[in-house]
Design a protein around this ligand. Structure first.
Ligand SMILES: C[S@@+](CC[C@H](N)C(=O)[O-])C[C@H]1O[C@@H](n2cnc3c(N)ncnc32)[C@H](O)[C@@H]1O
Length: 280
C-alpha cells in the first residue's frame, strides 16, 4: 500500500508511508489515545454553537478517527495515509467523504469548510515549525467566523518523573493506555526531547522494563497487551506532547479567544482537553 511520497523540502513528520507506524498501532489503541463517544458529543455541541450544523459547507475532519467521523455533520476528512483510510474510515456516504492529502498542504479551497475537528493533531506534527503550517492552512480553508476543535495530549507542567510512572505500573491497577501516555510524556520531558521518536520510546521502555513477565504479573497487563509497545521498535515516527501553555503558544495571533474545554469519562482525560479556537 503506498501513500503520497514526501515532497521536496520535506519536514520531520514527512515520512514515507512504509516508515510510518501509526496504522500498525491503530487497531490496539484505546482512550485516552483516541476519543470516545462522549468526546464526540462534546465536539458536536461545540460545532453547533457556531452554526456548523446549518452551514452548507462541510466540517473538515483532520484524520479519519471513527468516533469523530460519526459526528452527525456533513464531513470531509483529510488524511495522508491510504493504509489508515483502509483501516479506520467507516466508509464514504453522501454526507461524508475522505480526501488523501497532507494537512500542511490542505487539498481544499479557500473558505470551503465551516469548521475543523481532529484528535491528537498537534501531537502528530513536529514542534515548533509544523503546527504553524497547519494553523495557516486552517485559517485559509475555514470560513470567517468558523471554529477549530482539536483534542490535545497535554503534558502536565511540571511533569511527573519517569520513576513515578514505572512505580505506578508495578503497583497494578493502571490502565495500559493511560500508562503509555504517561510514559511517553515523562520520557519526552526527562530526556529533553520535545519531538520524540517511537524508536527512542521503545528503547527506553525496554531498558526500564527488561522483565516483561515481572511487569505483567505486577501490573495485571497481559504479555500481549505489553507487546503493543513493540510497534514502536525501530520506528522513526515522531510524537510530541506540549503542555497546555506550550499548545497555546503555538496558536496564531488571528485566533479568537483560544481556550480549553475539558473532557471526562476515560482514563487520563485531564491531560486531554479540547483546544477551541474561533476564526475572526
Ligand atoms: C488524527 S491523528 C491521531 C489519531 C487519534 N488519536 C485516533 O486514533 O483516532 C492520526 C491520523 O493522522 C494522520 N496524519 C498524521 N499526520 C498527517 C498529516 N500531516 N497530514 C494528513 N494526515 C496526517 C495519520 O495518517 C493518522 O491517520
Amino acid at each position: 500500500m503506498t501513500g503520497i511520497a514526501p515532497p521536496p523540502g520535506a519536514m520531520p513528520s514527512d515520512l514515507a508511508e512504509e516508515l510510518r507506524d501509526f496504522h500498525r498501532r491503530w487497531a490496539t489503541i484505546r482512550p485516552p489515545l483516541r476519543p470516545d463517544a462522549g468526546v464526540a458529543a462534546t465536539v458536536a455541541a461545540l460545532l453547533d454553537a457556531v452554526g456548523a450544523r446549518d452551514d452548507a459547507r462541510p466540517t473538515l475532519l483532520l484524520g479519519v478517527t471513527p468516533e469523530l467521523a460519526a459526528v452527525p455533520r456533513h464531513l470531509v476528512a483529510v488524511d495522508w495515509s491510504r493504509a489508515m483510510v483502509d483501516a479506520a474510515w467507516p466508509g464514504s456516504a453522501p454526507q461524508r467523504h475522505v480526501v488523501i492529502g497532507d494537512w500542511k498542504r490542505m487539498p481544499l479551497a479557500e473558505a470551503s469548510v465551516a469548521a475543523a475537528i481532529g484528535d491528537g493533531i498537534v501531537s502528530m506534527l513536529s514542534l515548533p515549525m509544523e503546527q504553524p503550517l497547519l494553523f495557516a492552512q486552517l485559517r485559509r480553508v475555514i470560513r470567517p467566523g468558523g471554529r477549530i476543535v482539536l483534542r490535545c495530549f497535554a503534558t502536565p507542567d511540571p511533569c511527573e518523573r519517569v520513576a513515578t510512572v514505572r512505580d505506578a505500573a508495578f503497583a497494578g491497577g493502571l490502565d495500559f493506555h493511560a500508562f503509555k501516555q504517561r510514559f511517553n510524556m515523562a520520557i519526552s520531558v526527562a530526556d529533553g526531547l520535545p519531538n520524540i521518536s517511537s524508536a527512542h520510546l521503545f528503547a527506553r521502555f525496554e531498558a526500564l522494563f527488561p522483565d516483561r513477565m515481572a511487569l505483567a504479573q505486577a501490573s495485571g497487563w497481559s504479555l500481549a497487551t505489553i507487546a503493543e509497545f513493540d510497534a514502536y521498535r525501530g520506528s522513526r515516527y515522531v510524537h510530541c506532547y506540549p503542555s497546555r501553555d506550550a499548545v497555546l503558544a503555538l496558536v496564531p495571533g488571528w485566533a479568537q479567544a483560544p481556550h480549553f474545554v475539558e473532557t471526562s469519562g476515560y482514563p487520563l482525560a485531564e491531560r486531554c482537553p479540547l483546544l477551541v479556537i474561533d476564526l475572526p
